[in-house]
Design a protein around this ligand. Structure first.
Ligand code: HEM
Ligand SMILES: *[C@@H]1O[C@H](CO)[C@@H](O)[C@H](O)[C@H]1NC(C)=O
Ligand SMILES: *[C@@H]1O[C@H](CO)[C@@H](O)[C@H](O)[C@H]1NC(C)=O
Ligand SMILES: *[C@@H]1O[C@H](CO)[C@@H](O)[C@H](O)[C@H]1NC(C)=O
Length: 321
């Protein structure tokens, strides 16, 4: 009796803590303090994508890699220092994540119009949203008010409990997302981000040579780009969505159904398991994909933000003030 009362109380308190940190994010956070924020970010993202369409994918991925390691606090933007090994050389990031220069450009543009006000973590969230929309995906209102971390964690970023590796099976993906408060629906919808962008041979080699749940001619075409010996052509690139690699649409799910996915983990979403139905829904109903993707992005953006007087507003996204 007493112990169940105590545990109810703990659940109640934890509920308040989780609820309150998220409740501090709001769509109008910078309305008064930085009214030019949205057009300022948008202009830099538009220019970067006009130079290279793939940059939209790279910016979207940066927000994901931020939120999945100790919450959306821009820890992944910190450069290593003599006393801190950051996240940039961790397995999911090394020779892979990109777009830091564009974030620097956005940050300097924002610092010019409202110095010391807007966090790097919020810039990542806005740049991700703009990238999706510029590549013809949906538009939505991002929640803001995050603050920036004072430290980063190589260990957290190098762990499979952080960003899941492309060798993951479906149950590992679902439990990874669950550990961050994200549902299986969030997983399948957010995975639609792979409708844009590229992967390296190193990431897709095992799937195109060793898996049997892959369309043979699609596997052969990618084998021509990616030699089988590890270390050989590791950085060679192929599009994650073979149909429309620079358009944010639902064709990625059609590729899954036709077994033309580049990564082992992608095909896990449509491999006779519990998420097959949802993949089929997104194939036949692009509106359902858009709306679930937006929900997923809002849920992902809510992961453990620093708010209030926690952390700081960095002046330079690469280092603490
Ligand atoms: C859930 C498990 C996920 C796994 C295992 C995964 C894995 C990967 C891998 C291996 C790559 C290629 C990296 C390389 O070879 O350099 C990649 C690229 C990418 N990922 Fe994911 N990803 C996942 C979820 C997500 C989510 C949730 C998002 C965003 C909401 C996302 C966005 C992207 C984008 C846009 C790219 C292309 C980046 C570029 O071209 O620069 N991924 N992902
Ligand atoms: C980081 O993770 C990779 C891949 O899981 C592993 O091979 C490597 O040893 C790890 N590095 C460190 C320093 O823990
Ligand atoms: C999925 O992967 C996890 C972690 O690598 C492993 O422990 C588990 O046995 C795998 N599950 C299935 C169904 O293969
Ligand atoms: C395929 O699997 C075999 C046996 O596990 C392994 O030795 C080989 O390195 C794998 N090849 C690739 C390209 O992943």
């Amino acid at each position: 009796m007493a112990s169940s009362f105590v545990s109810m109380f703990v659940v109640f308190i934890v509920g308040i803590l989780v609820g309150s940190s998220n409740a501090q994010l709001s769509t109008n956070f910078y309305c008064e303090t930085c009214p030019q924020l949205f057009p300022t970010v948008r202009a830099v993202v538009e220019e970067a994508i006009a130079q290279e369409a793939r940059m939209g994918a790279s910016l979207l991925r940066l927000h994901f890699h931020d939120c999945f390691i100790n919450g959306c606090d821009a820890s992944n933007l910190l450069d290593d220092t003599p006393t801190m090994l950051g996240e940039k050389t961790a397995a999911p990031n090394l020779n892979s994540v990109r777009g830091f220069e564009v974030i620097d450009q956005i940050k300097s543009a924002v610092e010019q119009v409202c110095p010391g006000v807007v966090s790097c973590a919020d810039i990542l969230a806005i740049a991700a949203k703009d990238s999706v929309n510029i590549l013809r995906g949906p538009e939505w209102e991002v929640k803001l008010g995050r603050r920036d971390a004072m430290t980063a964690s190589f260990a957290a970023a190098n762990s499979s409990n952080g960003i899941p590796p492309p060798s993951s099976n479906l149950s590992a993906l679902i439990s990874n997302f669950q550990s961050k408060g994200l549902s299986a629906r969030d997983l399948v919808a957010l995975y639609g981000a792979h409708t844009i962008g590229q992967a390296r041979c190193k990431s897709f080699r095992p799937h195109i040579y060793n898996d049997t749940n892959i369309d043979p001619s699609y596997a052969r075409a990618n084998q021509a780009i990616c030699p089988s010996n590890s270390g050989n052509g590791d950085g060679n690139l192929a599009p994650l969505d073979p149909q429309t690699p620079t358009t944010f649409d639902n064709t990625y799910y059609r590729s899954l159904v036709s077994k033309q996915s580049l990564l082992h983990s992608d095909q896990e979403l449509y491999n006779g398991g519990s998420t097959d139905m949802l993949v089929q829904t997104y194939v036949s109903n692009p509106g359902a994909f858009s709306s679930d993707f937006i929900t997923g992005m809002l849920n992902m953006g809510d992961i453990m933000p620093l708010t209030g007087s926690q952390g700081q507003i960095r002046t330079n996204c690469r280092r603490i003030n």
